[in-house]
Every structure is written in structure tokens, then in C-alpha cells.
Ligand binder design. Structure first.
Ligand code: 6GU
Length: 399
């Protein structure tokens, strides 16, 4: 990968000669070239900045040195190749592991380190329109640095370590914070029992010494969840982090009626499409009607990060008490396919009273996805039309 960095402080990038990144450079995996912006000035004072039009504090970087520097970088490319241009700045899109992975796929990156109040806006237009570069303004986070150099150090390290051969053990790239939406678990090494100078002895969590790999994996997963909840609760809301094991199924409360109404509408739109009708109660019910349903059925809900993401309800059949009716099985559209629906269904079955002989379900004749799920769970479609027009009933014997 080719990396060009333009800065008024080229020495700032010296740390990139160290450690794994320095070795990658020596191994030829990274070709890093640092350019001094002042080499592209033509006045006696090598000035790169001037006062802002429209007034205001600070100085703005002039367009001419930047245009020349970027043109110089682009001219070094063979056969029409162009770098992707990254401009570090607090006003950019967030730099994330996902963006690092994206940038690691690029053959050539150029970084333009701004200082002061920023670079004249026309430089961005020039880079995009005249030089034909894809330009991305990228921020490390919600705080302000004096210039882009420190950000480039961070971004180059995050990107370079993803390149094949830079890190010896590719597995260590996988088991990492931010690779799958959760923070990393705590780690320990020898000695198993360690006494600090103050005379306090601290032991490694016993499970890590147990040799029980299943128990260790479960403990680590739990630690990751607790850590993420404590330090980065925002990450738990992202569906990437969610698995069925992390979610508790609880009884619905009357106050859930409004959210349930929203969720069931979202979930039954697909049913309306598949069955070519809007005449489906869960699609049309008002909040009051959903609230009444909560009185007539036992209803369970699943929340993820405060958000209601799934539900199911059940009751003994009013005329056939040995039949346990299950209905309104729903999972938020963005979280389907993770086993949440199957877990809710199993929960509803497990709540059946002891006299139950069979579980009963009902779904649209053409609701292929539901039918597949229910068949897999052991339900069989009953002959003839179901309890409601355009539906089929399904039954599963209780074992
Ligand atoms: Cl990328 N640059 C500057 N100057 N300040 C920042 C930043 C970048 N990210 C956060 N603050």
C-alpha cells in the first residue's frame, strides 16, 4: 500500500518508523512518503496560511501550496492511478474499525494534514474535480486536536495493521474490540496469584484456570457484555452486537401497548404484501385494542437497549382448554434471522399449563417465511382454511 502524507510538520510522522508499522515499511508492505507542505510555497517566508474571508478567529491554509502538493502526489502515480484523499478533521465522518477495513482495501491513500482553522474549501473541490480524487474528511472523535498529524498516526496504524503480513497472528485481528460490536474481555497472564507491593493478593478468575473451554467462552462473552454496557452503552443498541443469548424475555406490561402497536405494524406489513391484503388485525389495531389484547392474553416481550424488539402471546383456547394458542410472534425487521423468533416461540410453548395437549398457531396462507419457521419448530399445517379467512392453522402435539 502506498501512503502519502502532506504536513507542515513532517517530523510528526517519525513514529511511523517504529514497531510493527516501521517493520512493515522495511518489509516493503507499506511505501510511506511524507511531504513538507512548505516545499510547495514560492514566497520568501514559505507562508501556508492567511486570514479568513468574512472575519473570525485564526488562520486558514492557502489553496495554492495545497493544490501543488496534491498535484505532486498524484503525479507520482503510474498509469492513471490516483490515491484516495483523507483529510483529518474534527468535522469529518467518524473513523471506525469499519472505515479502517475499507481503507485497508485501497492500494493508495493520501493524507492532507490541516492546521489552524482548516484548509481553504476550494482545495477540496480542486482535489475532487481537477485531480479526480475521492475525498473523505475523517474525524477521530468528538474533540479538537491542533492538526491532523496525530490523527494520521492513528489512522495509518489502524489501517496498516489490517494489511496481510503486517501482523503475524491474523487471529488476533478477529478477537478484538469493535470487530463484532462488543468491547474486548479482560485478559490475565501469570502468575495466577499476584501480590502487589501493598501486600494485596489478587487471583486470576478461577474459570480461566479450569480448562473448561465452554465455560471460559461463556465467561468472556458475559464480561464483554458487562464492559460494553458500562463503558459504551451506545454500542449495545447497535444490532450488530445482538444475539439471542443476550436477551431476556419478560412479561409485557400495560405500558408496552404503544410500542407493541408500532412493532406489530412494522412486522405485519410484510404479511400484508405476501398475502395481498391489508385486512389483518395486527396491522390495523389501535393502541387501545392492543392494550385490550394484553388483558386477554399472556404476552411476553424482548427489549434490546431499551427498545422493544420482539414479542409473542399465548392463552388456553377459550373452547378447548387442552389447546395452547400462540400468536403475535414478532421480531423487529432488522433483527430477524438471529433465532429470536424461535426463542420467543419456545418460551411461549414452555409457559403452557400442565393440561396442554397441543400448541396452536395461525398464519397467512402465503406467509412462506412463517410457515418455514413453524414447520422447523415441529408444527404441521392443518387441512382446509384456518380460523380466519386467508389463513391456515398449525398444530404441534405436546410431548
Ligand atoms: Cl482527524 N483532526 C483534528 N484536527 N482534530 C480532531 C480530529 C482530527 N479528530 C478529532 N479531533
Amino acid at each position: 500500500m502506498i501512503l502519502d502524507v502532506v504536513s507542515i510538520f513532517p517530523d510528526y510522522l517519525a513514529p511511523l518508523d517504529l514497531s510493527l508499522i516501521g517493520k512493515a515499511r522495511r518489509d516493503g508492505l507499506i511505501d510511506l512518503r511524507v511531504h513538507d507542505l512548505r516545499d510547495f510555497t514560492h514566497d520568501r517566508h514559505h507562508s501556508v496560511d492567511d486570514t479568513p474571508y468574512g472575519g473570525g478567529a485564526g488562520m486558514v491554509m492557502k489553496p495554492q501550496p495545497w493544490a501543488e502538493a496534491l498535484a505532486h502526489v498524484v503525479a507520482s502515480g503510474a498509469g492513471g492511478a490516483r490515491p484516495r484523499l483523507i483529510v483529518p478533521g474534527p468535522g469529518g465522518v467518524p473513523f471506525t474499525q469499519a472505515l479502517a477495513r475499507e481503507l485497508a482495501e485501497e492500494p493508495w491513500l493520501a493524507f492532507a494534514c490541516g492546521r489552524y482553522e482548516g484548509i481553504d474549501e476550494r482545495v477540496y473541490e480542486y482535489a475532487a474535480q481537477d485531480l479526480g480524487l475521492q475525498v473523505s474528511v475523517v474525524s477521530l472523535g468528538d474533540y479538537v486536536l491542533n492538526g491532523g498529524e496525530v490523527a494520521v498516526l492513528a489512522m495509518v496504524e489502524a489501517v496498516a495493521r489490517l494489511l496481510p503480513g503486517v501482523i503475524g497472528n491474523a487471529e488476533s485481528l478477529v478477537e478484538e474490540s469493535h470487530e463484532d460490536g462488543l468491547l474486548e474481555y479482560p485478559v490475565y497472564t501469570k502468575p495466577a496469584s499476584w501480590e502487589s507491593s501493598a501486600g494485596v493478593t489478587r487471583a486470576v478468575p478461577p474459570v480461566l484456570l479450569s480448562g473448561d473451554h465452554g465455560a471460559i467462552a461463556a465467561w468472556r462473552h458475559q464480561q464483554r457484555l458487562e464492559r460494553t454496557a458500562a463503558r459504551r452503552p451506545d454500542l449495545l443498541h447497535s444490532s450488530a452486537a445482538l444475539t439471542v443469548d443476550d436477551l431476556a424475555i419478560t412479561s409485557a406490561r400495560p405500558a408496552d401497548a404503544a410500542e407493541l402497536t408500532t412493532l406489530q405494524r412494522a412486522c405485519w406489513v410484510g404479511e400484508a404484501r405476501a398475502n395481498d391484503t391489508h385486512d389483518i388485525p395486527p396491522l390495523l389495531e389501535s393502541v387501545d385494542e392492543v392494550a385490550r389484547g394484553l388483558q386477554e392474553w399472556q404476552t411476553w416481550v424482548v427489549r434490546a437497549g431499551g427498545r422493544l424488539v420482539g414479542s409473542v402471546r399465548a392463552r388456553s383456547h377459550p373452547d378447548h382448554p387442552a389447546v395452547w394458542q400462540i400468536g403475535r410472534l414478532m421480531v423487529a425487521p432488522d433483527l430477524q434471522g438471529r433465532g429470536l423468533g424461535r426463542a420467543l416461540l419456545a418460551h411461549a410453548e414452555a409457559q403452557a399449563p400442565s393440561g396442554t395437549a397441543a400448541y396452536w398457531l395461525n398464519t397467512g396462507t402465503r406467509s412462506e417465511r412463517n410457515l418455514r419457521t413453524y414447520r422447523k419448530a415441529g408444527y404441521r399445517v392443518q387441512p382446509g382454511e384456518g380460523t380466519f379467512a386467508g389463513t391456515v392453522d398449525l398444530l404441534k402435539r405436546r410431548r
